[in-house]
Design a protein around this ligand. Structure first.
Ligand SMILES: *Cc1c(COP(=O)(O)O)cnc(C)c1O
Length: 380
């Protein structure tokens, strides 16, 4: 009998899979580690989903999510043919790699290497390298500036690490995990200089002061990625979408699974679009809480980056970030720490409700003042 591992493609055997944030089963834990929205979906959305749970579950859902695409097209002022829905935007990011990037081969010309390249300013959403690797493409991470801003095109040209012919460029904007927003003119300059497809991943854009949707009208090679997960409290339902030129969108349609978007997800997303005012109030609350948390953490000696998202990236004072992670966990607050050299000194903290943020701040003060409890890791 063969070792079943030997039946797996070498590329797949050696993959480094994406590491999602922990979804703990511990009750009463304050969960500020995966950028979920702390507020529930609107009552109308919950009602619509409940009402859709009946004998219809035996039927396939609409394969093209037509009504949802029509609603989104109306909302964004584009044609329905310019919208594709995915099982979360993650699915569409993967489809983009498969549709636009050649797998790499040994000994390629420079032009062929570019056609097999997935590029992104780094650090950013850590799924992109995983998708590139799974496709056998070249992943090209180009460092952001020290303050996590996007280097201008002139600097990218001078330094020579950036590939202006890369088949696919991902830009998380506003960025994760830095929280930094990029200006429309910076993004416009970059898109204009780029020969391959550019995906502007706007997962957090509803918490930002600007968006880059207009670049899809200006540049036929630019796609915008959005999701209902973070801003619209629908992580569980897995609904994301891309907007862009019909030719690129139809290429993605041609390689997706026929029923890639589940029916209850379509129902939930459509109901969400009927109640946008509810969600705008949530955005305002989260932004206000974010700004307060920024001030309070700064006052407690944290170095906190400015944020246009629903999370803050910060360098805690004193012990290492990894020690902070476990000290906060001992106090029932879960935040995110990335085991990467460039991020190891940081914690990423999702903005919760005011109550959750107060509990976090209390835990932070306890750690700083070394309040003894049975699990106390450090302190006086
Ligand atoms: C959360 C997130 C996604 C994935 O969203 P889903 O629609 O839940 O798959 C994509 N990009 C970024 C930057 C994210 O943070």
């Amino acid at each position: 009998m063969k070792n079943p591992r030997s039946l797996i493609r070498p590329l797949v055997r050696s993959l480094h899979a994406y590491v999602p944030g922990e979804q703990p089963k511990i009750p009463n834990l304050i969960k500020l580690n995966t950028n979920e929205n702390p507020y529930p979906p609107s009552p109308g959305v919950l009602r619509a989903v409940r009402e859709a749970v009946d004998e219809r579950l035996r039927l396939y859902p609409d394969p093209t999510a037509e009504q949802l695409r029509e609603k989104l097209a109306r909302m964004h002022g584009c044609r329905t043919s310019q919208v594709i829905i995915g099982n979360g935007s993650d699915e569409l990011l993967a489809l983009a790699v498969r549709a636009f990037v050649e797998p790499a081969r040994l000994r390629q010309t420079a032009a062929a290497r570019s056609r097999a390249t997935v590029q992104y300013p780094w650090p950013c959403y850590s799924l992109y390298p995983v998708l590139a690797e799974a496709h056998g493409a070249r992943a090209r991470a180009v460092p952001l500036k020290e303050n996590y801003d996007l280097p201008p095109v002139s600097v990218l040209r001078r330094e020579g690490h950036w590939d202006f012919r890369a088949a696919l460029t991902f830009v998380t904007t506003p960025n994760a995990p830095s929280g930094r927003g990029y200006s429309l003119s910076q993004l416009d300059d970059l898109c204009r200089a780029q020969k391959g497809v550019v995906v502007l991943d706007e997962a957090y854009v509803d918490f930002a002061s600007a968006n880059a949707l207009s670049l899809t009208e200006k540049h036929p090679h630019v796609l915008i990625a959005r999701t209902f997960s973070k801003a619209y409290s629908l992580c569980f339902q897995r609904i994301g979408y891309f907007i862009g030129h019909e030719a690129l969108i139809s290429a993605l349609h041609s390689i997706r699974d026929s029923y890639n978007v589940n029916g209850l997800g379509q129902v939930a997303a459509q109901a969400t679009l009927n109640e946008l005012a509810h969600y705008h109030r949530n955005f305002c609350k989260i932004i206000a809480t974010r700004e307060r948390l920024w001030r309070e953490l700064t006052g407690l000696g944290f170095e906190v980056l400015p944020s246009q998202t629903n999370f803050l990236l910060c360098k805690p004072p004193g012990p290492t970030a990894e020690e902070w992670l476990s000290a906060l966990r001992d106090r029932h607050v879960l935040v995110r720490w990335f085991r990467l050299p460039e991020l190891a000194r940081f914690l990423r903290i999702t903005v919760g409700t005011d109550r959750e943020v107060n509990a976090l701040l209390k835990a932070v003060r306890d750690v700083i003042h070394g309040t003894r409890n049975e699990n106390c890791r450090f302190g006086s």
